[in-house]
Design a binder for this molecule. Structure first.
Ligand code: ARG
Ligand code: ZN
Length: 874
């Protein structure tokens, strides 16, 4: 059962109208679906009608009001077939029954904290009723929802409310919703429950009044304000930047506590993991606020990039996801600091997407085949997909990009589109041939671009030799050159921007490399320059530079491009960390040149942009170093190397760091804005390095901060520093935190994560013990990811224990979770994607753990797919 892109053909039938009637009940919800079906003029005729199902419990079926007898149809939980359907329009009425309480997969209709909700992307609608559950079948939906009033006083559906009332003498009530915009089934949603609400009226640019609302658990309304504010800012931004206006009378966001992913863009009714809605200074960190803002924007932006223009099939997932991630990144950059946000994006891309690209799970941004589509909601589709859109904009320029977007929306509104439709809009607007650029969608793997400079002093010429090469990935042994935009400039050895000329670099400072090798020559270059390439991270590639550490440190001090200032220090730090981790000697001078450059930099520049300085002081993570080394990895050696470097840096900059920690202490009341968050980030980065340099100082500063903190950011940062210092102070702080937040599941998640990340041999036992904690539940994805997912992803030394106990533990949890929630289990399993780069002992333990999963009978398709791909020889 492999689905292939090349096998796509239009549906033989269309469904224009859907009327749904839900009678909500905790264990026996009754659904009546009336579908207006007709043969598709561009499909085949005289073929059976086959509707998709998934664990469907069919109660009755009628065609044009005539009940069908056994023999006129064939039904099983996975499909409904009518072998001789009418050759004209007809109505199909299907009654099904659902047990939402028993739905632990969190797909289709389920209950979370007693509330009813749905998740239909990608293929969840077929768990509600039989349907042509594919994104190119667009219908107009009317939904009637009925429930016990006491159980579900709030009833929400897609579109606009049309009617509501009580069902006389039954204690039940109902609401009818109508969505005038044709949509695929994956965008269907309903919610029923006891919910508190915060709302306001938003007036769109054309003067339409929209009731915008956030629904949360009653009593948590005071934590919904930031989400509502972020929604309003997103609506304004999409009008101003993309000219896109909202199109219904209401827009609702509902927070639920059991959710497989981050959130879902159902038309007019977004459903969110509550982690990405609820925030207060006491319970949320600065990064929680930033994530909430980004995800609220992301789901809202889908109203155009995803809903008004949807996808023809699931191979086109990046069409909506890559584009929408690009849009939410641009929003956050405009709302916050652009360079700081860009660095955060690139850090995430490298740690998740580059990792995926170098693993057995590597796949193109537009995959050509899948076994289970849920396994393709990946960093590659989302984040690399966004980078492709960004490169397109870099190549064609801002104005043409906006004109192309307008043309795309114009042409494709109300349709199910493809990546080709998207690119065609930009090709038509610019007159460019984008067929070579399109290879980014098809070719997987991270290209490596090497850059060599040659200076000819006599001729005052400087030549850059550029070469690209992409390593093989599963299913793609050979690679072609890609179209790589390189934003670049030259800097003198003492840091001044150089006014050199090269006709192949455009007016925006971009050279486009589209061959395996190319050279560009600058004239008027009197002295040997330092090249600053891939400014702003202009392409998702790995770069090898022939620059010395000293030259890189010139860029740290002087480059006009903030991203490359940060990158320069990271490159030097990475070189040293790789040497230290692999037994290559590093001299004291080499260490000192980085630390003194960083100290000098923070002394003069840190307070101008504290958030940037905090990023500059943060060394590449252990996982980043492992990825850079790439083979025969020893996580213990990397851990020791990074610890040594942090100690060195903390000592070298001690006075300055102490000063930051003192002077940046919170005085005013908490505000989540980017500037305040930046000051907290710098102060907490300073604390971390001070503790690395001297445990006693660190313990003292951190425990004082822990006790006096006025917000979660500072409290959690201090607790995380205490985690690195074994002893009673730490254990007491762990207990105090638990005591204070025991009734706050989202805060307990942070507490789980910190403990799971302790790099000590006793952590595995601690994690097992925490699984018995009353707040833990294997059924709740947030709990499982916080405790077990983060053990596997953040705790490099303990997940990758040399005795294999970390792998065996995570494998056992994957198997347990798989019986309840396959999506959750398969996500957890992706932690093994680094196994092949480990040294032999660890590698064989990991292989055995994977094999133990692969051998288990009745694996879900989700886990079966990931485990097989992970083990495949490439
Ligand atoms: N479209 C959603 C988003 O971008 C993701 C939903 C994915 N859900 C799933 N079960 N695969 O935010
Ligand atoms: Zn999305």
């Amino acid at each position: 059962q492999i689905v292939r892109l090349e096998d796509y053909r239009p549906s033989d039938f269309l469904i224009d109208k859907v009327e749904l009637d839900f009678r909500l009940h905790p264990t026996a919800t009754k659904v009546t679906a009336t579908l207006s079906v007709r043969p598709n003029p561009s499909g085949r005729s005289d073929v059976p009608l086959v509707l998709d199902g998934d664990e469907v419990n069919l109660k009755a079926i009628a065609l044009d009001d005539r009940t069908l007898e056994a023999g006129e149809f064939e039904a099983n939980p996975e499909s409904l077939t009518i072998s001789q359907p009418p050759q004209h329009s007809f109505r199909l009425t299907i009654e099904t029954e659902i047990n939402p309480t028993a739905n632990t997969k969190l797909m289709g209709l389920y209950r979370s904290s007693g509330n009813y909700c749905t998740q239909c992307e990608a293929e969840g609608f077929r768990r509600i009723t039989y349907f042509l559950d594919r994104p190119d079948v667009l219908a107009v939906y009317t939904t009637r929802i009925e429930a016990e009033y006491e159980e579900a006083p709030v009833l929400l559906g897609n579109g606009n409310p049309v009617e509501s009332g009580f069902v006389e003498g039954t204690g039940r009530h109902y609401a009818v919703w109508h969505d005038p915009f044709p949509k695929p089934s994956y965008l269907f949603a309903l919610v029923g429950g006891r919910l508190g609400r915060v709302s306001k009226t938003f007036t769109t640019m054309s003067g339409r009044e929209v009731d915008i609302a956030v629904y949360v658990e009653p009593g948590k309304e005071d934590r919904a304000g930031y989400a509502l504010d972020a929604l309003e800012r997103s609506m304004i931004w999409d009008e101003q930047v993309f000219g896109r206006e909202y199109d219904l009378d209401v827009f609702s966001i509902v927070a639920v506590s059991d959710f497989n992913m981050g959130a879902m863009e159902n038309k007019g009714l977004n459903i969110f993991n509550d982690k990405y809605v609820l925030a207060s200074p006491e319970t949320a960190t600065d990064s929680d606020y930033a994530n909430i803002e980004a995800i609220i924007a992301h789901e809202y932006f889908h109203n155009w990039s995803g809903n008004r223009v949807t996808c023809r099939d699931w191979f086109q997932l990046c069409l909506k996801e890559g584009l929408t991630v690009f849009r939410d990144q641009e929003f956050s950059s405009d709302e916050r600091s652009r360079p700081v946000h860009r660095i955060a994006e690139v850090k995430a891309l490298r740690s998740r997407q580059f990792l995926e690209d170098s693993s057995p799970l590597a796949h193109p941004v537009r995959p050509i085949q899948y076994r289970e589509i849920n396994n393709f909601y990946t960093a590659t589709v989302y984040e690399k997909g966004a980078e492709i859109v960004r490169m397109l904009k870099t190549i064609i320029g801002d104005e043409d990009f906006r004109r192309g977007m307008d043309l795309y929306y114009d042409r494709c509104d109300g349709r199910a589109a493809t990546v080709e439709d998207f690119l065609k809009a930009f090709a038509d607007v610019t007159g460019r041939d984008l067929s070579h650029f399109a290879r980014w969608y098809a070719q997987s793997g991270t290209p490596r671009v090497s850059v060599h400079g040659h200076h000819d002093e006599a001729a005052k010429m400087y030549r850059l030799d550029l070469r690209q090469q992409t390593p093989p990935t599963p299913g793609q042994p050979t690679k072609e050159p890609l179209v790589v935009p390189i934003a670049l400039g030259l800097v003198t050895q003492d840091g001044q921007p150089m006014d050199a000329h090269c006709e192949r670099v455009n007016s925006r400072g971009v050279f486009v490399l589209d061959k395996t090798e190319d050279s560009i020559t600058f004239t008027g270059v009197a002295s040997r320059p330092v090249p600053s390439v891939f400014r702003g991270f202009s392409a998702p590639v790995k770069v090898s530079l022939d620059l010395s550490n000293d030259e890189l440190l010139v860029l740290l001090r002087h480059d006009t491009d903030a991203f490359n200032r940060w990158q320069a220090a990271q490159t030097v730090a990475m070189r040293l960390l790789v040497s230290l981790s692999t037994g290559t000697p590093v001299s004291d001078e080499e260490m000192a040149s980085l630390s003194s450059a960083l100290c000098a930099f923070i002394e003069t520049d840190a307070l101008r942009d504290p958030a940037f300085a905090a990023l500059a002081l943060t060394l590449p993570s252990e996982a980043d170093v492992a990825q850079e080394i790439g083979k025969e990895v020893d996580p213990d050696a990397i851990h020791r190397a990074r610890k040594a470097m942090r100690r060195h840096l903390g000592n070298a900059c001690r006075e300055q760091l102490l000063d930051f920690h003192r002077s940046l202490a919170q005085t005013e009341s908490y505000s989540p804005d980017a500037a305040s968050a930046g000051r907290r980030a710098l102060r907490n980065a300073a604390l971390d390095l001070l503790a690395a340099a001297d445990l006693r100082t660190g313990e003292q500063l951190a425990s004082t901060q822990f006790e006096t903190a006025s917000n979660m950011t500072d409290r959690l940062a201090s607790l995380s520093v205490l985690m690195t210092i074994p002893g009673m102070v730490r254990e007491n702080a762990i207990a105090a935190f638990e005591e204070r937040y025991r009734s706050e599941p989202l805060v307990i998640d942070k507490w789980f994560t910190l403990q799971a990340a302790i790099p000590e041999d006793t952590t595995l036992e601690r994690v097992k013990r925490l699984m018995e904690h009353p707040a833990f539940s294997i059924n709740n994805p947030n709990r499982v990811r916080s405790l077990i997912g983060n053990f596997a992803m953040l705790n490099q030394v303990q997940f990758n224990r040399a005795d294999g106990a970390g792998y065996a533990f995570v494998a056992s949890i994957v198997l347990r979770a798989d019986e309840l929630n396959p999506q959750l289990a398969s996500r957890l399993l992706t932690a093994f994607s680094t196994w092949r780069m480990m040294e032999p002992t660890r590698r064989s333990h990991a292989r055995r753990a994977l094999q133990s999963i692969a051998q288990k009978p009745n694996l879900s398709r989700d886990v079966g797919d990931i485990v097989n791909r992970s083990l495949e020889e490439s």
